[in-house]
Write a protein that binds this ligand. Structure first.
Ligand SMILES: [Zn+2]
Length: 291
């Protein structure tokens, strides 16, 4: 079950990684089939804030139980999501996403498992991608299981709330990695229900308190087992869904390189840790391993 109360218990006193540190990581990964595991930190350079990063403001993410139990909560959620989605769909991949796609094309990276829901790896051209926590661009009916595109739902939400987006100041909106934007004025927002059965619609995203679908977990483990090394980028590995993949690889004796600003929950499994941003580090890896 997706759940985490983890936060670093000690400060990260490491100096930022030097070019020599990055070159050492290159040499460690050279010749391997590398599986990349990514998190919110890889998308911050695309303008999507990382709410777990070292500079993040603590906030409590919505739980699945809150969403299911409380219609008022759902109204508030969908109002925020309506704004967040319009921001999210305008975001573009950055150098980190592009570097991983290039490494995949060169056969260095075997695939990407991401905890992000933003689809930016695919937008950058990556092909073998598992969106561990789902996708922001799909919506599922909790009653009949029908999946529709978020774009299709947007047309309905906009028709139900024609002036909603116009009445907001940009300052009212804070966009978080789950396409969840913080707004105060949501009380009159009108929520759409499933057109097939009238049921409750939910973004096709795995929330706290919810399980990652079994077949998706199995696919992720297959990718770990198929790789000979792991590269994590922009994730503190705070939730089990990502951490357990790193544990599995480390248990099997595979090298694990962690690229992240700040400490991570997986540090004890790391062969090498780089205190570094993902865009510049992954670009350097791609320049060297996939010239
Ligand atoms: Zn339905």
């Amino acid at each position: 079950m997706l759940h985490s109360t983890w936060s670093p218990s000690y400060a990260d006193r490491r100096a930022p990684a030097t070019p020599a540190d990055v070159d050492a990581a290159v040499e460690l990964l050279r010749g391997h089939r590398v599986l990349a595991i990514t998190g919110a930190g890889i998308s911050t350079d695309s303008g999507i804030p990382d709410y777990r990063g070292p500079d993040a403001v603590p906030r409590s993410p919505m739980t699945y139980q809150q969403f299911v139990a409380d219609p008022g909560f759902r109204r508030h959620y969908w109002a925020r999501n309506h704004v967040g989605w319009h921001h999210m769909r305008a975001t573009r991949p950055n150098d980190g996403h592009r570097a991983l796609a290039r490494l995949e094309q060169a056969g260095v990276v075997s695939g990407v498992i991401t905890q992000n829901v933003d689809r930016l790896h695919q937008a950058a051209g990556a092909r073998n991608v598992v969106d561990l926590h789902g996708h922001y661009d799909e919506v599922i009916c909790l009653d009949c299981g029908r999946v529709i595109s978020r774009r299709e739902l947007d047309a309905r939400l906009t028709a139900l709330n024609p002036d909603f987006l116009d009445t907001l100041d940009v300052a009212d909106v804070e966009v978080a990695p789950d396409a969840d934007a913080v707004i105060e004025r949501t009380a009159h927002f009108r929520v759409a229900s499933c057109e097939a059965c009238g049921g409750v619609l939910k973004p096709n995203i795995v929330y706290f308190g919810e399980n990652v679908p079994r077949e998706r977990v199995a696919r992720a483990y297959e990718m770990v087992d198929d790789a000979t090394a792991i590269l994590t980028a922009g994730t503190s590995l705070a939730v089990q869904s990502g951490l357990r993949l790193v544990r599995r690889a480390a248990r099997d004796g595979k090298p694990v390189v962690i690229v992240n600003r700040g400490v991570t929950r997986g540090d004890e499994h790391a062969t090498m840790r780089l205190n570094a941003g993902t865009s510049e580090t992954l670009t350097r890896l791609a320049e060297t391993l996939a010239p």
